[in-house]
Design a protein. Structure first.
Length: 150
């Protein structure tokens, strides 16, 4: 991956086959390499083996908190903790919750960052253009952060 996010490898974790197909079509059409995982267990294996640059992660899969469990697990793993995650879910719309506000507005405190340690948060359904813009932004921000630590 270069500093603009071009050539990035993206893992899409979602139990909805329609979203997996949509994301694959959109992301591959934009030149990204895409890996797929339909659940938390396959996501864990793929993330460890695949050296992905970004993960798109659904919140609710086989269990209500599958996405959160995977997120918290990967953020404690030295090999995966620096990989940016974008939460992609319908939970705000379906359950009238707004836990993604910290990601969208930018977490300001360590407590907020620990609560939802993601680069961004997108509510489904998402338009292809918005998905690509959010992915590109997260990849560029991650590359900038990495270059500051070099």
């Amino acid at each position: 991956m270069d500093e603009n996010g071009d050539g990035a490898r993206i893992l899409v974790v979602d139990d909805d086959p329609d979203f997996l197909e949509f994301a694959t079509t959109v992301l591959e059409g934009a030149g990204y390499e895409v890996g797929l995982a339909p659940n938390e267990n396959e996501a864990d294996w793929e993330a460890r083996e695949g050296a992905f640059d970004l993960i798109l992660l659904d919140v609710m899969m086989d269990k209500l908190d599958s996405g959160f469990q995977f997120l918290w697990k990967m953020k404690r793993d030295d090999r995966m903790k620096s990989v940016p995650v974008i939460m992609v879910t319908a939970v705000d719309r379906e359950m009238k919750m707004n836990f993604g506000c910290h990601a969208r507005k930018g977490a300001q405190t360590d407590e907020e960052r620990a609560y939802l340690p993601v680069a961004d948060y997108i509510v489904k359904p998402v338009a292809a253009e918005e998905l690509l813009a959010r992915v590109k932004t997260a990849l560029i921000e991650c590359a900038r952060e990495a270059s500051r630590h070099d």
